[in-house]
Each structure stands twice: as C-alpha cells, then as structure tokens.
Design a protein around this ligand. Structure first.
Ligand code: MLT
Ligand code: MN
Ligand code: ZN
Length: 305
C-alpha cells in the first residue's frame, strides 16, 4: 500500500497564522532550516487509484492541489479518488475540511460513536451537510481492535482501538474521557502484509498500544510537543501537553523512551506543533531524534508497505 502524508502539522499548521514563536518567525524571515506544514491528514491506497482519507484537514483543498493522487481522474465531469473518509477524532484540525468537500456529497464516513456525537452536536458538520445531497453515509467504528474491511477500498484491512487522549475543547467530554474520543488505527495491506500504525494523538503509550505497535511495520505517532511545558515555556499558553492529550517526545516515559525498544519498526512523528523545536532541521532535538532512528513527517512524504 501507499501512504501519503497530506498534512504533517498539528492544529494551526506551520507557520501558524498569528504566531511569532522562534519557529514561526524563523520560517517567515528565512533564518531557519525549516519547512511549512499543513494540518494533520494522511491518505492510503492499496492500488494507487482509490484512496482512504484519514481526517479532513482545514487545509484539505491545498493538500488536494499539491498531490495529483488526490485529484479527479479522467472519468467524467465530476470525480474523486477519495472513496471513504475515516476520522481519528472530532478535533477542528481533523474535521473542518469536510465542508470543503460538500460538492461531492454524499461521502462515506467512518468515525467512532463519540466523534459522531461531537460532529452532530457541538460542531454539527455532519448535520448541516445534509443539505448537500444528503451529506454523509456514516458507519460507526468499533474500538476493540476487530478487523474489518471497507468494501469500497478492497485490499485494505483495518483495526481500531481507543487510546488515551482528549476530546476537542468544544466537546462535552473534554474533561471526561470516553472510549472512542481518540483512536489509533492499524492499516494492513492484505496482499503485501505490510502494516501501518497511525495515532496522531496519544497521551500515553500503555502495554496495549505497545503490543499493537510491535505487530506493525511502520509507526506514525503523535509528534506534537517536545516537552510537556513547551507552550508555557515559550509564553504561548498555560496548557501542558498532557492537558491537551499529547505525550511529549522527551523526558521520562516520553515518546522517545517508549519507542526505544521497537527496533524493527520504521518510526515517524506526525501532527507536529509549530512550537516544537524538532521542526528546525538544524536543532539538537532533531539530531537526538535522528540518533534514535526516529523520522519527522513532512507534507508529501510517501511510505510504501
Ligand atoms: C489538538 O490536537 O490538541 C487540537 O487539534 C488542538 C486544536 O484545537 O487545534
Ligand atoms: Mn490536533
Ligand atoms: Zn509558532
């Protein structure tokens, strides 16, 4: 299967429109070795023609225009290779772009029951899209790791688990975690046997998650923050990474430590916040990742499994 990183940034993207942190200002004035990133999305295909879209980023139209794989084929007046959409959660940076796909409704959409509730009440994009050709055809994701296939995307097998994370700030469960607020997905190419583990939001790596990672060939995991107090230390806000549902890379039980025993897997950080020093390719933090064999996702990155 082919995995295409459409957006490797976290909420706000990079540079963030209103931010003057060292990374964002360094990008704008050209003093850093650093690349712009759109907000959090990947797409997967087993045949190179039909694609499963993970999340609908606010930057989706830009992502489609930057990636010919996502553009219409010569199949008629209106066409899209996006055959289904799967939501990791109901966060703004993972969902808003669905509104930009209204001309192609109805879309086949997979989400957990918890994300469905958020997206039909607090941020009711599923409801309001009903005025566009019925909006979406929704299928509910279980969170117990049971394998399933999407008939519209033959060749892929998926498994979904609930993970430790946060519902969006607007959700009634922001401070009252429910199973399925956030998920991790393992996508297997039935023919090649290759397996991707995708979890752009992870607040902790428990034994269950570790076991799933061990059975995967490539890990694309939460790369939001380097330190727990990153936002606070830079004067950008009071929230800790853990308050926002993101396990930082450094420190005790941080992502680097959790990934260290996984020697056979290709390890890639994704959903990287604009404040994170790993965005700067010349930073000591980036060098530390490199020596730990951990890559940093970028927009347009392709992985074949
Ligand atoms: C997150 O991943 O924590 C959110 O996307 C933050 C946000 O609302 O932008
Ligand atoms: Mn996010
Ligand atoms: Zn910034």
């Amino acid at each position: 299967m082919e995995i295409l990183v459409l957006g490797s940034g976290a909420g706000g993207g990079f540079p963030q429109w209103n931010c003057n942190c060292p990374n964002c200002s360094g990008y704008r004035n050209g003093t850093l070795n650093i690349t712009a990133r759109t907000q959090s999305s990947i797409a997967i295909s087993s045949n190179g023609e039909d694609w499963l879209l993970f999340n609908t980023s606010p930057d989706l139209l830009q992502q489609i225009s930057q990636n010919p794989e996502m553009q219409p084929r010569a199949k008629g007046l209106r066409d899209t290779p996006i055959k289904a959409i799967l939501y990791i959660d109901s966060q703004i940076d993972h969902t808003t772009g669905l509104l930009m796909l209204r001309e192609g409704c109805p879309h086949l959409v997979y989400s957990t029951e918890m994300a469905y509730q958020d997206l039909t009440t607090g941020f009711p994009i599923f409801e309001l899209l009903k005025s566009w050709n019925g909006g979406i055809n929704h299928r509910t994701l279980g969170v117990d790791g049971e394998a399933f296939e999407i008939p519209e995307l033959p060749g892929l097998r998926l498994r979904v688990w609930d993970v430790d994370g946060k519902a969006p700030p607007y959700s009634p469960h922001r401070h009252d975690q429910h199973r399925g607020d956030n998920i991790a997905v393992q996508i297997e190419d039935i023919k090649s046997g290759g397996k991707l583990f995708y979890a752009p939001g992870l607040n902790s790596v428990n034994d269950k998650v570790l076991d799933i990672m061990k059975t995967s060939d490539c890990l694309m995991v939460d790369g939001t923050f380097w330190t727990n107090d990153e936002m606070h230390a830079l004067g950008l806000g009071d929230k800790m990474a853990s308050d926002m549902g993101h396990l930082p890379q450094s420190g005790k039980n941080g992502m680097m430590e959790m990934l260290a025993p996984l020697e056979k897997q290709r390890k890639i950080l994704i959903h990287i916040n604009n404040s994170n020093p790993i965005l700067n390719e010349d930073s000591p933090q980036r060098a530390e990742l490199k020596s730990a064999n951990i890559e940093v996702a970028y927009d347009g990155m392709k992985v074949t499994l």
